[in-house]
Design a protein around this ligand. Structure first.
Ligand SMILES: C[S@@+](CC[C@H](N)C(=O)[O-])C[C@H]1O[C@@H](n2cnc3c(N)ncnc32)[C@H](O)[C@@H]1O
Length: 467
């Protein structure tokens, strides 16, 4: 009964989302609502193709808390009215009592009306004409175009297909602007201005989405076991995580790999993950990065993490290797031990994900999350081909398309139980992505040139031998 009463008290809001990474929108908001214990109710079932949701929250504080963390969310309005035509919208707004407006805008507050049109361009003059249609609003404060106390917003939505824009909008909305989402942070963390990046640095939007999927909160211990240039640590630290990473590549962790920027010939002296953290003023959240082959874990059994976020190697842009040898009974002699550089063998994709699941079962706190990318072939993909274990519940699975044939999926697992000894990890159906990728990939022009030159060479040798 109390819940029903609370629902009645709930206000109506319009959440407006960025029109990208659409599949990640719902999982991100669900993760944040659960993390912050916020109740949200849909007033209209959301459609993937539409960048807005019409919802209810118990308080404006809840909306603001959600928006402060959401990367998918562009902005949020307290929704006063919405309709399928402009005439209907104006009728609804005209039908409200004066007391409605007085309770939403105080007489002494300055205001402005802003017009936004989605998927159709209008000139400033046309926008002013649209604003003038709201002259009947019984709002008493003064109009102030720069920094008003209240910003009222009118939105016309013409769909998302630029080649199929209708004459009249599909929907129109009117309300009071409440807050923007966290999209500004994507610019702040841009790879273009980041001190240290590598070839496989994750873009800031996806990194932040991953940190939200992992439900990082202040004081969490977060690990990336395939840390590379540390992009995921930056996102986790932004949300209060204490971050630590490991990687097999010594040169990467010491900022000594070949520079990734086209115009840069040599790396600067202090390029490192730590320097990035300091650039973003989150150096105090950085614990360390350590050189380690993930297949040989060095952690004490009782070390526990709140979250593990990672992008393991797929063997396309970076090698999938682990320390090992094909030789039998191989022993390094005492005299060579100090200078010995271990040999490496292929670290197959199913073994990588088997190790990741097994590590998470052991080192994640109960309720903690593992968030990782998983490469797939789109045509043959089924959920059966994902790694799994009964104690790790798959709570989200969103696709980022990479090409016509391939994509990667962001998997979010939550540890729901401690595993019993001997319980089995399911990695049987994992496809060898790397092998299939190189089998099906179209030859590039330079590879074709090399292959044809080699063929010509072989034919010439054959010809000379015959002579
Ligand atoms: C896709 S990259 C990670 C990129 C990273 N998210 C970033 O933003 O730079 C995968 C990383 O896994 C590392 N790696 C490959 N094999 C490994 C192993 N056996 N143990 C630990 N790290 C490994 C690679 O050196 C590479 O840096």
């Amino acid at each position: 009964m109390r819940y029903i009463n609370n629902m009645r008290k709930m206000k109506k809001y319009l959440l407006w989302f960025a029109n990208e990474n659409i599949e990640f929108r719902r999982p991100e908001i669900d993760s944040l609502l659960a993390l912050m214990n916020i109740k949200m109710k849909f007033l209209q079932e959301p459609q993937n193709s539409e960048p807005f949701w019409i919802v209810q929250f118990e308080s404006e504080d809840d909306v603001k808390k959600l928006a402060e963390r959401s990367v998918s969310l562009k902005m949020c309005l307290e929704l006063w009215a919405y309709a399928e035509t402009t005439t209907k919208l104006h009728d609804i707004l005209k039908s409200y009592q004066k007391s409605f407006y007085e309770s939403h805008i105080a007489t002494e507050q300055s205001f402005k009306i802003k017009v936004e049109t989605f998927c159709k361009h209008f000139t400033q003059k046309e926008k002013v004409e649209k604003i003038e249609q709201f002259n009947y609003l019984p709002v008493e404060g003064t109009v102030k175009l720069k920094d008003p106390d209240v910003c009222l917003q009118y939105i016309e939505y013409y769909g998302t297909i630029p080649t199929k824009v209708p004459d009249e909008p599909y929907y129109v909305f009117f309300g009071k602007w409440i807050t923007d989402g966290l999209r500004q942070l994507i610019q702040t963390l841009s790879l273009k201005s980041r001190k240290f990046i590598g070839n496989t640095s994750m873009d800031p939007e996806l990194s932040l989405l991953m940190a939200n999927q992992a439900q990082i909160k202040n004081g969490d211990m977060v690990l990336d076991p395939f840390v590379g240039s540390g992009s995921l640590l930056i996102a986790a630290a932004q949300f209060g995580g204490y971050v630590i990473g490991t990687d097999i590549n010594y040169l990467m962790l010491h900022g000594k790999t070949k520079p990734s920027r086209i115009k840069q010939k040599v790396r600067e002296i202090n390029e490192s993950i730590k320097a990035n953290m300091e650039q973003y003023k989150i150096g105090h959240r950085y614990l360390d990065v350590l050189v380690n082959d993930f297949s040989c874990s060095f952690w004490r059994d009782d070390v526990k993490f709140d979250a593990i976020i990672t992008d393991p190697p797929y063997g396309i842009r970076e090698a999938t290797e682990r320390v090992g040898t094909e030789k039998e009974n191989y022993i390094v002699s005492e005299e060579h031990l100090s200078t010995h550089i271990p040999s490496k063998v292929e670290y197959g994709i199913s073994r990588i994900y088997g190790d990741l699941i097994s590590f998470s079962l052991k080192h994640l706190k109960l309720g903690g999350r593992l968030v990782c990318w998983f490469p797939i072939f789109r045509e043959t993909y089924t959920e059966d081909g994902l790694p799994s274990h009964p104690c790790l519940k798959l709570v989200a699975n969103s696709e980022q398309v990479l090409s016509k044939l391939t994509s990667r999926r962001l998997l979010t697992f939550e540890k729901i139980e401690e595993p019993t000894p001997g319980s089995k990890i399911n990695i049987q159906n994992i496809l060898d992505f790397r092998e299939k990728y190189f089998e099906t990939r179209e030859e590039t022009r330079s590879e074709k040139r090399i292959r044809e030159a080699e063929l010509r060479n072989q034919n010439r040798i054959k010809y000379l031998n015959k002579k």
